[in-house]
Design a protein around this ligand. Structure first.
Ligand code: NAD
Ligand code: GLY
Length: 356
């Protein structure tokens, strides 16, 4: 079992990574303490993993709440339904919510935990690659609003994160690939060694080789923990985690959520960001090609949807949370393995990029 810490003073917490993290009942209990555990999951994950977690905590009188599977349920409506369930069961502040699932379950559960009775503890048990390397770490919690994704939320850190690599064996291949987009992102923003490792271990990662998986997940969590410790509320550095997301969010919104998975849209967005960096003289053509190759080798799209226009990109990107005083801001590579937040990209440059 690997272990690392997200260092945030009195809100610091551990991340456990291993192929039996879900069996670490003793550790899980330590973090639950005297609280009553309430497990929140969805109807795809419940038949796979809920019984085991419930059984292992049976003497703590746990309850579970199962939401339907889908991004559309990360909503105020389901926030209210979970809150009502907690109230109906007289759950007080001595309640510990446990998010068992991917980013949808994790973000929704975390937001309920942040708000219920002004805050109760919660634990993340992420079961997708994306949630294991990104969303379960760092305390961004949110629900979607009909007018925008993740628009209502809070920064609220969990008590602990339990990453069980075995859960990836039931994850659909397309979802695994989507998680790989976020993994590749860490290589591009922070760690050329990780990028090279991903190039050299494609077959092993795709076949879920345990040691390779643990190495990669650990390194991603380590990078995320460093960034979050430095800039918890995204005053600057944390925005780098948004590489590919400005274009990616536009693709997701235009194509309809769920048609393009988040990671797929981020993958195509990272290619656009790399090409834009090339036009600014910051990446060579061969470096852009290296990025395109790696993304496509992990079965991710490198091209934007053919029907999407530059005007559609701009309409969505004008609502991006990173914008300042109406200016769209992008995370772009400044050299291979390093990125920066830039504010001087013109609409014409975006149009030229999309038209090429
Ligand atoms: P998801 O939670 O929708 O899970 C993807 C699919 O895989 C779902 O159908 C789910 O039921 C299924 N699934 C999950 N684990 C499984 C398993 N082990 N075996 C079989 N099926 C399994 O999607 P996601 O990609 O995990 O997360 C996307 C969400 O995360 C979005 O809402 C996004 O906004 C959010 N997100 C948040 C952050 C953050 O920092 N909080 C970062 C990135 C993304
Ligand atoms: N996923 C981006 C962040 O946590 O900041």
């Amino acid at each position: 079992m690997l272990e690392l810490t997200v260092n945030l003073d009195e809100r610091s917490y551990p991340i456990y990574i291993g192929q039996s993290a879900l069996q670490q009942t003793g550790r899980l209990r330590e973090h639950i303490g005297d609280c009553r555990p309430i497990i929140i999951t969805n109807d795809t994950i419940a038949p796979l993993y809920l019984d085991d977690v419930m059984t292992s905590l049976a003497d703590l009188n746990p309850l579970s709440f199962v939401i339907p599977d889908g991004e559309q349920f990360k909503s105020l409506d389901w926030f209210e339904k979970i809150s009502a369930f907690l109230l109906e069961h007289n759950c007080g502040r001595d309640t510990c919510l446990i998010a068992l699932g991917g980013g949808v379950v994790g973000d929704l559960t975390g937001f309920v935990a942040a708000c219920y009775q002004r805050g109760v503890p919660f634990i993340q048990i992420p079961t997708t690659l994306l949630s294991q390397v990104d969303s379960s770490v760092g305390g961004k919690t949110a629900v979607n609003h009909p007018l925008g994704k993740n628009m209502i939320g809070a920064f609220y850190q969990p008590q602990a994160v339990f990453i069980d690599t075995k859960s990836l064996h039931t994850l659909p291949e397309r979802e695994f690939a989507a998680g790989m987009a976020e993994v590749i992102k860490y290589g591009l923003i922070y760690d050329t060694e990780l990028f090279a490792y991903l190039e050299q271990n494609i077959a092993k990662l795709k076949s879920l080789d345990e040691q390779t998986l643990q190495h990669v997940i650990y390194r991603c969590c380590e990078i995320k923990a460093l960034i979050v410790a430095e800039d918890e509320k995204e005053a600057g550095l944390r925005a780098l985690l948004n590489l590919g997301h400005t274009f990616g969010h536009a693709i997701e919104a235009q194509m309809g959520y769920g048609n393009w998975l988040h990671g797929e849209a981020v993958a195509a967005g990272m290619v656009l960001a790399a090409r834009l960096a090339h036009t600014r003289g910051d990446l060579s053509a061969s470096e852009v090609e290296r990025i395109v190759q790696l993304i496509s080798q992990y079965d991710l799209p490198v091209d934007i949807p053919s029907e999407m226009t530059s005007e559609q990109f701009l309409i969505h990107m004008r609502k991006d949370k990173k914008n300042k005083k109406g200016t769209i801001r992008f995370i772009l590579p400044t050299q291979f393995g390093q990125c920066a937040l830039v504010s001087d990209v013109t609409d014409q440059q975006v149009c030229d990029l999309i038209a090429r």
